[in-house]
Design a protein around this ligand. Structure first.
Ligand code: IFM
Length: 464
């Protein structure tokens, strides 16, 4: 096999998010977040799991930073928990919360690892949700204040800022599908939340540039590599609707300063919906970014909702997972698809496709793969090891797709593996393991899996 090298300055990383790993839910003045509330809603999260302890990263941060260092990555991507900084989402900073992140960025600096800091990875302070959450404009303005506090407190330790992680999940899963916090099922609210999240991104970008002018700013989107299940016009049209909601409804405002007309038409009359857009908002949202983060796990194969049976006849598996009913589009699995523990189809070509399309149609700014990885049903074997060759193969294929994209001329400059640790996988609780490091949840003990060693060797070689 020939060796394929990455560019010399390619940035290697690994990632986590506050609610998924920190635990210490009541420590040092942290306020409740919408996910603390959602976890307590009967039936919302598998096994009624919650984030009270999670990986106890809050208390084990030095041990975890040693694991980061052991990988040889250039950067660690983590998120700041807004409710640790402002327990009710507004007002003065909670100093012990800032102290934790100071310790984190100093710990990274001491280990010569850059901090890639996400400001929002879904843990909205519950008090802001009580006032309307992302459906109201005020939340976007509060977010800018919070960004300013964080930037002034730890900005000297930041190598890059990511304003929001996967705002699609916050808006559409949180307010339309309802399988994520705050668990609302209302399309009009989802559309308004969508706009206010993008506005929050824009307002925070201004604030971050002012507080830390030298630190690059970007956003991480879970764009979708979509394919129609068949060439039936209904499936093609359903895929176009999904493309509107998953891709163009973000990329058009961010890079062209406008919402796609088909999506504005689709959501017209859903209140409050896009009627919340005010003059000047799109200029704030579309100010130039320094980089774009793309999170990718799986391609999505789409059929029209009326064609479930037809899809079965074509050999597709039609999962029974929550869908956007409003778009009348259903994600299916290809005949014989290989899947991860999430039941997500494995096909790395979607990553190459997505990076290529983003760069061809929207922007030539640097792209980072800000998340990619796989959940598998790992276990500690009789030799005391976690042999996760499936994860290694998944990563190898997707890193190959990154190299393909680079060879295609796409400006991909880094890759953050998701995730450093097994952690709280949202509505799946602790039942899905994405980590390079096994976490024994009852004791908190960490055990690097074989994929950890493989990733470290790949980084060291800077090659596949
Ligand atoms: O664990 C999540 C992460 O929080 C956001 N992106 C997808 C991951 C896997 O589902």
């Amino acid at each position: 096999m020939t060796t394929r090298r990455f560019p010399n300055d390619f940035l290697w990383g690994t990632a986590t998010a506050s609610f998924q790993v920190e635990g210490a839910a009541d420590a040092d003045g942290r306020g409740p977040s919408i996910w603390d509330t959602f976890c307590r809603k009967p039936g919302a999260v598998r096994n009624a799991d919650n984030g009270d302890i999670a990986c106890d990263h809050y208390h084990r941060v030095d041990e975890d930073l040693d694991l980061v260092k052991g990988l040889g990555v250039g950067s660690y991507r983590f998120s700041v928990a807004w409710p640790r900084i402002q327990p009710t989402g507004k007002g003065p900073a909670n100093q012990p919360g800032l102290d934790f992140y100071r310790r984190l960025v100093d710990g990274l600096q001491a280990r010569d690892v850059e901090a890639t800091i996400t400001l929002y990875h879904w843990d909205l302070p519950q008090a802001l949700q009580d006032d309307g959450g992302w459906v109201v404009r005020d939340t976007a303005e509060r977010f800018a204040e919070y960004a300013d506090i964080v930037a002034r407190a730890i900005g000297d330790g930041a190598a890059r800022w990511i304003t929001l992680n996967e705002p699609w999940c916050s808006a559409w899963r949180g307010y339309e599908v309802g399988d994520h916090a705050p668990g609302i099922t209302d399309v009009g609210q989802a559309a308004a939340a969508h706009h206010h999240l993008l506005l929050a991104h824009g307002l925070a970008t201004e604030v971050l540039r002012d507080a830390t002018p030298e630190v690059p700013v970007g956003i991480a989107l879970n764009l979708a590599a979509l394919r129609p299940g068949t060439d039936d016009p209904l499936d093609v049209a359903a895929t176009l609707r999904m493309d509107g909601n998953r891709n163009r409804i973000f990329l058009d405002p961010l890079f062209r300063g406008e919402y796609p007309v088909d999506m504005l038409e689709h959501y017209a009359g859903r209140e409050p919906g896009f009627s919340v857009v005010r003059d000047g908002d799109l200029a704030i949202i579309s100010q130039p970014l320094d980089f774009l983060g793309v999170n990718y796990y799986s391609p999505e194969i789409i059929v029209d909702a009326t064609r479930r049976q037809a899809a079965r006849e074509f050999g597709y598996t039609v999962p029974t997972r929550p869908e956007s009913h409003d778009l009348a589009a259903v994600g299916v699995l290809s005949p014989g698809a290989q899947v991860t523990q999430m039941n997500w189809e494995i096909d790395a070509s979607g990553l190459r496709e997505l990076l290529g399309r983003t760069s061809r149609e929207y922007t030539d700014i640097p792209l980072y793969v800000t998340e990619n990885g796989a959940a598998y049903d790992d276990y500690v074997g009789p030799t005391g090891e976690v042999r996760d060759g499936n994860r290694t193969e998944y990563l190898r294929a997707h890193l190959g797709a990154v190299l393909d994209a680079i060879e295609d001329g796409v400006n991909v400059v880094g890759f953050f593996e998701w995730s450093l640790l097994d952690n709280f996988e949202w509505a799946f609780g602790y039942s899905r393991r994405f980590g390079l490091v096994w976490v024994d949840f009852p004791t908190g003990t960490r055990l690097p899996k074989q994929s950890y060693d493989w990733y470290a060797e790949t980084i060291k070689a800077n090659a596949l």
